[in-house]
Design a protein around this ligand. Structure first.
Ligand code: HAM
Length: 423
């Protein structure tokens, strides 16, 4: 017996209904905000990720699924979607007509992390990216969209945290004061942070080791050293969020695990998730398109962790409704003559969009009704000798047990009315 690989999950039929519901809602909400779907490959050239996410990040250093293909080219299973979307935006010159592009994507990502609750090696993201707008109002609008989506899903207890990481002009100043602070405490830092200290001291603020968290608790805040332009940008983001009625909390310690961010960054957490509590995260990455060989177009986006979202959704108020079984009809067929009538009728009902199940054995009526009940059927259609002699069908309502006989020619119409709750 060969089992699945650690950290790679099956999503079983009982769960997929929830996934489809969430994905459907995401598409509806994002389209209303002017986004269109983009589908990007699962594998890319390794350099795309190392250059964009950053050579000294955990993702690039330790977590990528990287292989040589048959021609010896280094390829990587995407650990995230942003780099690929930026690549596609440049490669297909999506900026040619209008530099503003709003794109969303759904699909699996791969990171070689230690699996635990809410953390997997294959996980799904729903992401969205906006290109061509540096106005802070788009930062707020993107967050408004994300929070509206969560509200539509009936999520409870989610919290939006925001920060500004400054820009390429003012970040070196913060890097310097952080370095001065950390150099004295170098010996107490974990091995990774000591190694990366001089190249990328910001990573220390994102480190999960207890010692590093303790040491960095007194570190200088990035918000104290960002320049006037970044400060104004961030003020405008906050103002616009308030105008849109989106609640947020400031978290000056948040640096994110990817290097491409500048200015606005954010995370949405949920208390119910335990230690892997970020259900979504993102930020602004102006300069990334230019760094990857494209035009100097600003960008901002987010990605939602689907498995974590499903976990939070299941606790919420809208979950029951979304999981409610749609009206199933069961066709009980009794005998060969009935079979001849039943097959085209079942086909016609299914073509109308009515969900119909049947039994394939030559079982009696009792056994078939039992199976219909097990499947959660709302109505059972009975077609036996008695019905055939009068060219009719018996319709049994499984909720109240009532039965009625209707001519076969009227059955489609009658079922549609019954499904809508008409008597
Ligand atoms: P990220 O913070 O690395 O950002 O991932 C976004 C979300 O994906 C996380 O908040 C979490 O919900 C989920 N996630 C990440 N790793 C795992 C894992 N191993 N298992 C389960 N869920 C996970 C990005 O990926 C950026 N591309 C977001 C972005 C888009 N920034 C700008 N645009």
């Amino acid at each position: 017996m060969i089992n699945s690989i650690r950290g790679f999950n099956d999503i079983l039929p009982g769960e997929t209904g929830i996934w489809q519901h969430i994905e459907g809602e995401a598409c509806r909400v994002f389209e209303v905000y002017g986004f269109s779907e983009i589908r990007i490959p699962i594998v890319e050239k390794t350099g795309l990720f190392s250059r964009s996410i950053g050579e000294t990040t955990d993702i690039v250093e330790k977590e990528m699924y990287t292989f040589s293909d048959r021609h010896g080219e280094s390829i990587t299973m995407r650990p995230e979607g942003t780099a690929s979307v930026v690549r596609a935006y440049i490669e297909h010159k999506l900026y040619a007509g209008d530099p503003v592009a709003k794109l969303y994507y759904l699909g699996p990502m791969f990171r070689y992390e230690r699996p635990q609750k809410g953390r997997f090696r294959q996980f799904y993201q729903i992401g969205a990216e906006v290109f061509g707008v540096d106005d802070p109002r788009i930062d707020a609008e993107l967050l408004e969209m994300l929070m509206s989506f969560f509200e539509r899903l009936g999520l409870e207890g989610v919290k939006l945290e925001i920060n500004s990481l400054g820009c390429r002009e003012c970040r070196p100043q913060h890097k310097e004061s952080l370095l001065n602070f950390l150099r004295e405490k170098r010996e107490g830092l974990c091995e990774d942070c000591r190694r990366r200290l001089e190249i990328n001291p910001l990573r220390t603020l994102d480190c999960k080791s207890r010692a590093c968290i303790e040491i960095t608790s007194g570190a200088p805040s990035i918000l104290d050293s960002i320049c006037e332009t970044c400060k104004n940008h961030f003020e405008k983001v906050k103002e616009s969020l308030m105008l849109a009625g989106v609640n947020f909390h400031l978290n000056p310690r948040m640096v994110r695990g990817l290097d491409y961010y500048i200015r606005t960054t954010f995370e949405i957490t949920s208390a119910g998730l335990g230690s892997q509590n970020a259900v979504a995260a993102g930020g602004r990455y102006d300069g990334l398109a230019r760094d990857l060989g494209g035009p100097d177009v600003p960008g901002i986006g987010f990605a939602i962790g689907m498995e974590r979202l499903v976990m939070v959704f299941k606790e919420g108020r809208a979950a029951k409704q979304a999981c409610a079984k749609s009206g199933l009809v069961f066709m009980a067929v009794l005998g060969d003559r009935a079979e001849k009538e039943a097959v085209p009728l079942i086909k016609a009902l299914r073509l109308k969009g009515i969900k119909v199940e049947r039994d394939y054995g030559a079982k009696g009526i009792k056994a078939q009704i039992k199976r219909a009940d097990k499947l959660g059927a709302k109505f059972v259609l009975i077609l036996g000798d008695d019905e055939l002699s009068s060219n009719s069908i018996t319709v049994k309502n499984m909720e109240n047990g009532e039965q009625e006989k209707k001519p076969i020619s009227m059955i489609e119409e009658r079922l549609e009315a019954l499904m809508k709750g008409k008597t």
